[in-house]
Design a protein around this ligand. Structure first.
Ligand code: FAD
Ligand code: SF4
Length: 347
């Protein structure tokens, strides 16, 4: 017979099903609880914080704050978090960037990452912050993700993101070695930023270097925030040297890739000597790593590659590695030296 061959008929469900021996009992269908919020028992609500008392939403609730959901919605879909209520803070008046009377800048918690990266004050006076944002998530995500959501995003450890594998961060246990994923947090460490938070019991200010917790025996807690506390803003102090600053990120790819190593530096020179420097590493530890030992080594020293390398080695001498990640120490050292050399050469 000529003509086109008929497409092979796909086997229907009956063809895939094993035949039942006559006389064997029919199996009962297994009912699986759907993954995701609360096993589907109560529908998940999304609501703005209560009018007039936006800081007391969490009392007695199993609520969770949501920014624009770029990180949180993945966790809901995977069933990693199961809140009863999502509190949408994007309607609060926290979407402004203001220059403060002392010359610093206050950034509202819901300012979008792309707006912040493009803000003229930030680009000119805190280039390290703008560069870290642009080195981060792809443009579509930056266009929606919030400042607070970026700082509060959770680890990308593949075991954490796979509900079928054990993980101390998901099911509280002891210890965790997952690195913190935020590029912005590393840059904020190098400009001595302060995170403003507010909760039921009032407002407080936390230096960004003290925001993140080491895992210890509570690895499920990433930050020092209490349940129900909101990040309301981040303040950047008047830029003593942040105007001469840079962020450099090394990853598997230039886009869609979290840092293998990143470096944020701000430097002040006097002729060919370093007057002061601020350095932070990303991709190396469970929290952004402020490199105070390296800063001390560089202060007052010639701005040369040798001295920069000496500072990096002094700092990273405390790093504890295993075979699979030991290369990151050398990578961090080289990245720091290259970044400082480039910044100092620019004058
Ligand atoms: C494909 C992809 C690539 C990415 N690459 C990078 C990258 O290279 N570098 C990088 O730094 N980031 C990267 N990200 C992360 C991205 O920047 C974050 O997912 C995003 O910033 C989260 O912002 P959001 O407003 O959507 O937060 P949400 O997802 O809504 O919230 C994230 C977390 O913050 C908490 N939260 C939100 N707002 C507040 C608040 N005001 N107070 C207290 N807690 C709050 C939420 O409860 C939640 O736990 C990437 C994300 C994706 C999906
Ligand atoms: S405890 Fe930390 S390192 Fe271990 S699987 Fe969980 S997130 Fe990853």
């Amino acid at each position: 017979m000529g003509g086109r061959p008929l497409p092979r008929q796909a086997p229907g469900p009956a063809a895939c099903r094993p035949l039942r021996e006559p006389g064997t009992p029919r199996r009962r269908p297994v009912l699986r609880r759907p993954r995701g919020h609360g096993g589907g028992q109560t529908p998940l609500r999304s609501a703005p914080p209560p009018c007039g008392r936006p800081w007391s939403w969490s009392r007695g609730s199993r609520g969770r704050v949501r920014g624009r959901g770029a990180n949180l919605f993945d966790h809901l879909k995977l069933g990693i978090v199961r809140p009863r209520l999502l509190v949408d803070v994007t309607g609060l008046p926290l979407d402004r960037v203001e220059v403060l009377p002392d010359g610093g800048v206050r950034i509202g918690a819901t300012v979008r990452n792309s707006d912040l990266a493009a803000h003229p004050e930030v680009r000119e006076r805190y280039p390290v912050v703008s560069q870290a944002l642009l080195a981060g998530a792809p443009p579509q995500l930056r266009n929606m993700a919030t400042l607070a959501g970026n700082l509060m995003q959770r680890t990308r450890c593949p075991y954490f993101l796979n509900p079928d594998t054990p993980c101390n961060k998901r099911e509280p246990g002891s210890g965790c070695a997952a690195v913190h994923p935020s590029d912005l947090a590393v840059a904020l460490c190098a400009v001595n930023a302060v995170v403003c938070v507010r909760g039921d019991t009032g407002a407080r200010r936390i230096p960004v270097t003290a925001l993140y917790r080491r895992p210890g025996d509570r690895p499920e807690l990433d930050t020092v925030l209490e349940h129900g506390e909101l990040v309301t803003a981040v303040e950047l102090p008047a830029p003593a040297m942040a105007a001469r600053s840079r962020y450099r990120k090394v990853g598997d790819r230039a886009a869609f890739s979290f840092a293998l190593v990143s470096v944020a530096v701000a430097v002040d020179t006097d002729g060919d000597r370093v007057r002061d420097a601020r350095i932070a590493f990303g991709g190396l530890a469970t929290t952004p790593w402020r490199a105070r030992r390296a800063e001390a080594v560089l202060r007052g020293e010639p701005a040369t590659a040798d001295r920069f390398a000496a500072g990096a080695l002094e700092e990273l001498a405390t790093a504890r590695t295993v075979r699979a990640n030991a290369y990151r120490v050398a990578l961090a050292c080289d990245t720091l030296v290259a970044t400082l050399c480039a910044l100092c050469e620019e004058g």
